[in-house]
Write a protein that binds this ligand. Structure first.
Ligand code: ATP
Ligand code: MG
Length: 756
């Protein structure tokens, strides 16, 4: 998970390592200290990953602590949400939640101690006057006349504050530090205030509550925290943190905690603070804290994000010292990246258009793999096929523009996993709306090696059988705000939720439940809503599309005015290809066997297509090369020019050759590629240096599998009882145990055999 072993260690881990090496601390103790006044969001995830991640990496521990010093806004439901979030992300708080409120008596005693030392006083100036006396950045402040109260008087007043003898705001307890300090926070900061309010845990025991600046450092100290990691806005509070602990003499015997700051995570197209999120929840703009459009952990969880994708995202953005805004596209990339190889691919039609195949009689079932991916995985289902089917409405066009590759009166199309069909007749209603297509199928064109038809098609589209398909509700989510840096409710995206009530899905998805997450082919990734889903009324949430459609949409709208006429629809809105691009595209799809999506990416980008052709000249593996060039190389070329790349087309060919001849697995190839982008080393060299050669020898893999089977008796039992999904679990564990080096195909076969 955490890349603490990578050569670019973050600055927090550097500090922790130095402190351990110098013997300053025997054990690293961190804490994650949220205030339970709202549901945690992706920013908190970042903080969780840092605090729990550091504790885990250095064999220390991390406390989950509720910073519950403000009685009016806190609630146990938020405590539960925070516990859920930490657990869901895979961290362990030993089932022990700490609460600052549990330390109220101790914190009170420390306040008494400061008063006795003459370091704290009860101030009775009103708020306004207090503000005036504080001075400005350029002017020193003046100390309140109450600062001269005797220790006895202060003790008496403070005790009566506690007993509830005064009204809110009548007095405060302040530290006596320095009214002319350059750091304004040090100008006699408040330590306690009067609040006649019920506390969700402490009840009505207290009429005074400690301020963050006083409570936080003491809570850290009491828990034996070593590294108190917080966000940058607390930088100026660090002086108070140190003053309190040092003035009280804490840390003279055993070392005290120190505060370290990192940059807050900000994400575009959303708001993040709990206060603003609460407004959306209370204002009814969203359905609750777990609305899939919110950046809350509960929202991501409900939408279908995996914990892994969030962890990878947090690791990927690194830990910085300066605030910055991260593009939400990066988060979307990490969930796509996680699901791409994991989840089954199925057929679902969102906006059904009926097709009657006039020359087909009877019915059949077509065996189709759930995982037509690069990494082989067992699992398939039967697709019912008969005379009446549904296709996506926009996969047919009667008067298509140039560059439209799907079904038209002149152009046949392949039904994914099945036959090629040709349109014979278009049937319309009185308003001219197309209501049905009559088509013919080509019996000799069945997908795979059976296809002897010789018919050329430019794409394959999703479809479902009219009799067997299941009706499902599909919820399409888009960004909640239309502005990159939203300022208020006026920036809300009115189309952030679209509900489709009558989508149709192939029956195996509902009947066999091969997973909870799916790729609906050509549509995106979807998740069975954990709350509203039932077999009678299946509901799927769209997690994310297959591509970053926002980046694309923006570009299109910019160029749309000049190229209105050329605006065409291929997969969404895309500008038409030039003739040269079209020629390349045709060559890639018909001669080289690339799928239209990959061919489209390559053909449209001159840098990519020439890189691809250069690699192809070195090693002739068109599909594998096309995949790496259109994905990984393309990603690099987004930010760089070809001459800035550390690797060459020849080296990419060399890398793919190693995958092809099974020297390395495709998983390892990704790792090698990353290294190539960083160091520019030869792939062969990297594989040799790091010992990454694929393990295919069953006698080497077998013992590892035995061990994993022995360690997971529960899952073995479940598997034997019929939960075959767990095959993936075992295979995953073996791949993990070998650092991804085991040959997945061999592992698959061996595991299946052993679990029989
Ligand atoms: P918000 O303003 O969103 O309510 P907060 O800082 O008040 O956030 P807390 O509950 O006090 O929220 O935060 C708990 C921990 O999470 C703190 O250590 C805080 O620094 C950290 N944290 C909160 N928001 C972010 C963020 N956007 N990026 C990184 N860490 C964050
Ligand atoms: Mg806050």
């Amino acid at each position: 998970m955490s890349k603490s072993n990578s050569n670019s260690k973050d600055f927090l881990r550097t500090i922790v390592e130095e402190d351990l090496k110098s013997g300053k601390y025997k054990e690293v103790v961190t804490r994650f200290p949220p205030e339970p006044n709202g549901f945690p969001h992706i920013g908190h995830a970042k903080s969780i990953v840092i605090n729990f991640g550091i504790a885990r990496d250095y064999h220390g521990h991390c406390n989950l602590r509720m910073d519950d010093t403000n009685p009016t806004k806190e609630d146990t439901k938020y405590v539960e949400a925070l516990k859920d979030a930490v657990e869901w992300l895979g961290f362990d708080f030993d089932n022990n939640v700490h609460f600052t409120s549990d330390y109220f008596p101790k914190i009170y005693d420390y306040a008494i101690q400061l008063i006795k030392m003459g370091k704290a006083y009860v101030d009775s100036t009103n708020e306004e006057e207090m503000r005036e006396l504080r001075g400005t950045v350029t002017e020193a402040g003046k100390r309140s006349k109450y600062a001269d109260r005797s220790v006895e008087e202060n003790l008496d007043l403070f005790e009566r504050m506690k007993k509830g003898e005064f009204k809110d705001g009548e007095h405060v307890l302040r530290a006596k530090i320095d009214m002319s300090a350059a750091n304004m926070k040090m100008r006699d900061p408040l330590l306690y205030r009067i609040r006649h309010a019920h506390h969700f845990r402490a009840g009505d025991a207290w009429s005074i509550y400690p301020m963050y600046d006083f409570a936080h450092c003491l809570a850290d100290y009491i828990e034996g925290v070593s590294h108190s990691i917080c966000t940058l806005e607390f930088e100026n509070n660090r002086d108070i943190y140190n003053w309190v602990l040092d003035t009280l003499g804490l840390g003279s015997i055993s070392p005290r905690p120190y505060q370290h700051e990192f940059a807050r995570l900000g994400i575009n197209y959303t708001v993040m603070s709990k206060r603003k999120l609460l407004e959306l929840v209370e204002g009814g703009q969203v359905s609750g804290w777990d609305d899939p459009r919110l950046p809350t952990i509960a929202g991501y969880k409900r939408r279908g994000y995996t914990p892994e994708s969030i962890l990878n995202f947090c690791d990927g953005i690194g830990i910085a010292k300066a605030n910055s805004m991260v593009d939400v596209a990066q988060l979307e990339f990490s969930i796509r990246d996680d699901l791409n190889t994991k989840v089954p691919r199925v057929l679902c039609v969102l906006d059904p258009l009926k097709v009657t195949i006039v020359n087909y009689e009877g019915s059949e079932e077509i065996e189709a793999s759930y995982y037509p991916h690069d990494i082989p995985k067992e699992g398939s289902r039967k697709l019912p096929f008969s005379k009446e089917i549904y296709i996506e409405r926009d996969d047919f066009m009667e008067h298509p523009p140039k560059g439209y590759f799907r079904l038209t009166p002149e152009q046949p199309v392949r039904l994914r996993h099945a036959y090629i069909i040709t349109c014979k007749e278009v049937i319309k209603d009185a308003n001219g709306k197309i209501v049905e297509i009559k088509a013919e199928y080509h019996p000799d064109s069945k997908s795979g090696s059976n296809d002897t038809s010789g018919i050329k098609v430019k794409s394959a589209i999703q479809w479902v059988d009219a009799n067997e398909a299941k009706k499902v509700e599909v919820r399409l989510y888009d960004r909640l705000f239309k502005e990159e840096a939203p300022e208020g409710l006026e920036d809300i995206n009115p189309d952030s939720l679209k509900v489709i009530k009558n989508a149709l899905i192939e029956p195996a998805v509902i009947r066999d439940k091969p997973d909870e997450r799916f790729q609906f082919e050509r549509q995106g990734y979807f998740y069975a809503d954990p709350i509203d889903y039932s077999d009678e009324h299946p509901v799927f949430n769209k997690i994310v599309g297959l591509k970053d459609s926002w980046g694309k949409k923006k570009k299109v709208t910019q160029s749309v005015s000049q190229t209105q006429a050329k605006k065409e629809q291929i997969d969404g809105e895309v500008v038409a290809m030039s003739e040269a691009q079209q020629a390349l595209f045709d060559k890639y799809t018909s001669e080289l066997g690339l799928n239209s999506e990959v061919a489209n990416t390559l053909a449209r980008d001159e840098k990519l297509s020439s890189f691809y052709e250069e690699a192809l000249a070195v090693f002739n593996s068109p599909v594998a090369l096309a995949n790496i060039v259109s994905n990984d190389v393309a990603r690099e070329l987004k930010e760089k020019q070809v001459n800035e790349l550390k690797f060459s087309a020849k080296q990419i060919a060399e890398l793919i050759k190693m995958v092809d001849d099974k020297t390395i697995s495709s998983k390892i190839a990704k790792q090698v590629f990353e290294e190539m982008t960083q160091t520019g080393k030869n792939p062969t060299q990297i594989v040799e240096d790091k010992g990454l050669v694929q393990i295919s020898d069953p006698s080497k893999i077998s013992p590892i599998i035995d061990e994993i089977i022995a360690k997971n008796p529960d899952n073995v039992a479940k598997f034997k009882a019929g939960n075959t999904k767990l095959l993936g679990f075992f295979v995953g564990q073996v791949l993990k145990a070998t650092g991804g080096k085991a040959n997945p195909k061999v592992v698959n076969e061996l595991v299946a055999r052993k679990l029989k």
